[in-house]
Ligand binder design. Sequence first.
Ligand code: NAI
Ligand code: MG
Length: 487
Amino acid sequence: MTDVAKRGGAPVPAGWTYAPAPESTDIVRLQERYGLYVGGEWLETKEHFTTVAPRDESPLAEVAQASAKDVKNAVAVARDASAAWAALPGSERAKYLFRIARILAERSREFAVLESLNGGKPIKESRDVDLPLAAAHFFYYAGWADKLEYAFPNRTPRPLGVAGQIIPWNFPLLMLAWKIAPALAAGNTVVLKPAETTPLTALLFCDVVRQAELPPGVVNIVTGDGRTGAALVDADVDKIAFTGSTEVGKAIQRRLAGTGKKLTLELGGKAANIVFDDCALDQAVEGIVNGIYFNQGHVCCAGSRLFVQESIYEPVVDKLKKRMATLRVGDPLDKNTDVGAINSRMQLEKIEELVAAGKDEGAEIYQPPCVLPERGYWFAPTVFTNVAQSYRIAQEEIFGPVLSVLPFRTPEEAVEKANNTPYGLSAGVWTEKGSRILWMAERLRAGVVWANTFNRFDPTSPFGGYKESGFGREGGLHGMEPYVELT
Ligand code: NAI
Ligand code: MG
């Protein structure tokens, strides 16, 4: 505020705050208890667990814990449905996908509210990012369904059969869309397992499937924890698509070795966001903030390591801290909220543990003053300076709103430091010089390199990792490939 006054802008009253602007949750109708969605029917299971709202830990619904037997049954149902689905002309499959895209767009407010309620992300993100992108993925892959022979010239693409899909909790509906849209477009049927902390939008999606009159058995949703996921890996599927932790990804890869089942893995990351001294500074600061505080940092491609050229290190850190102080942390359902709730108690504990390790190892911590709600899972936006490359906070995926800042002098040094990680999912480069962007992009070992922007997604653009960030691509034409057999 003093800055504004100094520059002679309009005077702002001291202590000016935003009035609460909560989004109503009336539009969401939850059931008390959910079964498994298999063959177009809701099936009961023996065990259930409670899914909560991370903003206040209030219970939302009882969700089924699918057993290995339940999973086997779902896969058999998907198998029965697969021949007829594969035999449909691509143009017919496309109609269903277009319908799903349209229904998601029509019901986007309902989905956005539920996504924020169950996952903790700010409503403005679920409303403006998750939902439009999820619908866009169905829309985009609908377009490929009848053009597969042009997608793979001189080769004959055939569906694989049944795809088992396991997704995480950071973008629940969007990850569902990334998985289901290309699989269906290519003529496969699916059994998808949402993450245990965020099953509700996947369960609401079953109603979209019903509305779109998709043939029974083409999309099946089984809920449960890691045991359900492991059962899906072992079931009679032709392919596993997994997004989640590197640890579980590796276990799945070991499990599938020699089985002939196909596999794609989208795992963790520790992305470098690299800022050169000739960049547009204020834009870079916005990109840094978006890179790490978007979705509370629960983003596999989050720009969690910030490399700043030494000559501008201080102004960048100053500007960043000032900008952080304006972030509004709080109720995910409030339209003004920038940083919402941490997804689960488990994730909160992981963040707390790594942040404590950062302090212990000697890094300097800054958190802007902010009042965190008493109930629920919360963590203030955090930045660490005075970080050495060897510190755990510079090496391990924190998956929270925590940034480590490190200096560099030359482009060569930036590349070397940026690549000094077991991961390789994404990177960002901020510079005015086009030739430097290309020079950097060529050398950075990352699946996606953003230039003068960060966390940009588009269904037409492939996304995926190097090294321990996984293999296989999702999005774009590349995203069709893992779902077809080419002869
Ligand atoms: P996770 O990898 O355990 O969970 C992801 C999905 O895999 C969930 O649906 C889970 O039920 C399922 N799963 C768990 N164990 C499985 C098994 N043995 N076989 C098959 N499926 C299994 O991730 P978690 O425990 O939720 O988070 C731990 C850390 O992983 C996070 O702190 C973060 O660093 C990282 N992570 C990365 C993600 C990414 O997008 N790259 C997403 C989620 C977590
Ligand atoms: Mg786990």
